[in-house]
Design a protein around this ligand. Sequence first.
Ligand SMILES: NC(=O)c1ccc[n+]([C@@H]2O[C@H](COP(=O)([O-])OP(=O)(O)OC[C@H]3O[C@@H](n4cnc5c(N)ncnc54)[C@H](OP(=O)(O)O)[C@@H]3O)[C@@H](O)[C@H]2O)c1
Length: 257
Amino acid sequence: MAEAVVSGVVKTSRETFGTITMANRSNKEKLKHLQSTYGVQMTTDWLKAVQENDIIVFATPPQTHEELLRALSPHISGQLVVTVAAGIDPEFLEDRLPEKTPVCWIMPNTAAQIGMSMSTYTCGRSVESHHRPYIEALLNAIGPAEELTSEQVHNLTAVTGSAPAFIYYVEKALEEAAVKYGISEEQARRLVVQMMKGSVAMLEAGHSPDDLMEQVASPGGSTAEGLRVLDTYGVDRMFQQAVQAANEHARAQGEES
Ligand SMILES: NC(=O)c1ccc[n+]([C@@H]2O[C@H](COP(=O)([O-])OP(=O)(O)OC[C@H]3O[C@@H](n4cnc5c(N)ncnc54)[C@H](OP(=O)(O)O)[C@@H]3O)[C@@H](O)[C@H]2O)c1
């Protein structure tokens, strides 16, 4: 995720930021690769870098935050602290950093790698208007974003963050169904991916899912029969349960950190 953010920033808003330093606790090879690919500075001494930078972005697992914030806190004097970790909300950051530290929680998804994340984000109490251009530049680097309350970011983490995996699950199931009719896996991938792209484009054109389903499924027709099977198995409720389970797990991770 750190690489996704930096590669996006370098492409879309390099001029907004001065020096960019990437930190990793020990992997010099990885850092050298990032340095040469994106023209950034590198360090294995992140706390030293903190003192020389105005914005600190955490892209480490949620469970590392307790320890890392404890180490960071004595070095903070007004820097903006951002995390992309699941479950680590502004309240969590503010509770562990000096009073009035501006903080922001961004929840991206894997499409950040290609600048197409649908991110949600929420800012802490001390974020002021002069911090916003930097937050927006970080967000623009990875795709569209929506500012929400902390509670909403928690509750929508599954829909924007985890649901790409649910979509790939559906894609894979359809691919497997297609292969059974004697085409190759490559052909099945092409058919299903293009079908999905077309379906998304119809939604983007402003049609509602209900209208689109009605267009495809004439009463008594073959698509209606397929939808009837999905209804019989309660697939819509299964997705809702999957969203709930992913959210509960993300919250528990944040609380354990
Ligand atoms: N991947 C996604 O699509 C996605 C989406 C939304 C949010 N996120 C969030 O983004 C964060 C990073 O995810 P990722 O997929 O980029 O994970 P990742 O590839 O595993 O990267 C995690 C990074 O954290 C570092 N790290 C791990 N433990 C550490 C510790 N104790 N001290 C210092 N550094 C430590 C790792 O360093 P080493 O290289 O030394 O191991 C690595 O550079 C997570 O919090 C995740 O919740 C990811």
